[in-house]
Design a protein around this ligand. Structure first.
Ligand code: HEM
Length: 291
């Protein structure tokens, strides 16, 4: 016979506690300090580098590189007179692009025309001053080298490089990379547990900058420097010649510039306050995944 207890429904189970956002320790102190030191050094290196480039705005590939070496010149940024009108241009190989206003010919701070490869707003100092630009460039190059050695040493010893930055074998599958590209294109950034780790595109970009571009820019820079070349002549032998080292230095610096643009864009899109706070205090807010 049914009793009252059989007919009374069991009370509904209480809902699970709502997942709350919490702070997660994401970046070690040494990573944070070296990251901002690196950002400052690269900022000055790029701007002083453009000033130095302005002193001879051509690049060559081969054993020699000077104004007369047209045969070895593969890139030139300059200005020319076309039908009585001054035009800025960039020439790569046989292809010439008009770049008036930005490259080759821009506006000087006093409002007049400035026939110079990189505009004054992109260089440090903002006027032609090879000696000052070189002094700052070499100072920050040593900051970059020493800071980079501290970061790499820490990352190797602590396991940060292997654990957080190098892609795991499965992550490099074309399907996983394609999946990550599609998620980025839809501006969907990881949430919950997934947000604690770098995704594969981030690992490839960071790894490429740390292990390829920055070492390349340092080695080609050391190779071009007469004093360092005397100490380590093998560096230039690797690149073949000083003009080759200068060309690769410029290409690597441009790729680092491109990385910075994408890096900053991603920081803004992923949530700049949480992202930048994590690189300052180490703490990153994890938002629970929506069911
Ligand atoms: C003002 C400029 C910069 C800002 C605001 C910035 C911001 C950030 C933030 C927020 C992160 C953490 C990303 C995350 O946890 O998901 C990060 C990581 C990183 N950034 Fe930057 N960054 C700047 C400049 C640079 C520059 C110039 C470089 C190198 C060329 C660079 C290379 C890196 C690398 C390699 C990491 C990963 C570090 C690690 O985990 O070991 N950043 N950056």
């Amino acid at each position: 016979m049914a009793t009252a207890a059989d007919t009374i429904e069991a009370p509904p189970a209480p809902p699970p506690p709502a997942a709350q956002p919490y702070l997660f320790h994401r970046h070690a102190l040494l990573v944070r300090v070296t990251h901002w030191t690196n950002a400052l050094a690269i900022f000055f290196l790029l701007m002083t580098g453009l000033n130095i480039f302005n002193a001879h705005p051509s690049l060559y590939w081969g054993p020699y590189g000077a104004s007369a070496d047209a045969a070895h010149r593969w890139l030139e940024i300059g200005s020319k007179n076309v039908g009585g009108e001054a035009r800025g241009f960039v020439r790569v190989g046989d292809v010439t692009v008009t770049t008036t206003g930005v490259l080759g010919l821009s506006t000087a701070p006093n409002g007049g025309p400035n026939p110079i490869a990189y505009p004054s707003w992109a260089t440090f100092p903002s006027y032609r001053d090879l000696a000052t630009a070189r002094n700052f460039h070499f100072f920050f190059a040593w900051v970059l080298i020493l800071n980079g050695l501290a970061y790499l040493g820490y990352s190797l010893v602590s396991g940060h490089l292997r654990r957080d930055l190098l892609p795991k074998p499965g992550e490099l599958s074309p399907a996983n990379i394609a999946h990550d590209i599609v998620k980025h294109a839809k501006l969907q950034f990881p949430k919950g547990e997934e947000a604690k780790r770098y995704h594969v595109l981030q690992k490839l970009a960071y790894g490429g900058v740390i292990l390829v571009l920055i070492p390349l820019v340092i080695l080609t820079g050391l190779g071009m420097s007469p004093a360092n070349n005397a100490a380590w002549p093998w560096i230039l032998d690797v690149f073949g010649s000083r003009p080759n080292a200068r060309s690769l230095h410029w290409v690597a610096a441009n790729l680092i510039g491109l990385f910075i643009i994408v890096h900053l864009l991603m920081v803004v899109l992923a949530g700049p306050i949480n992202e930048i706070r994590s690189m300052i205090t180490g703490k990153f807010r994890i938002d629970p995944e929506k069911a």
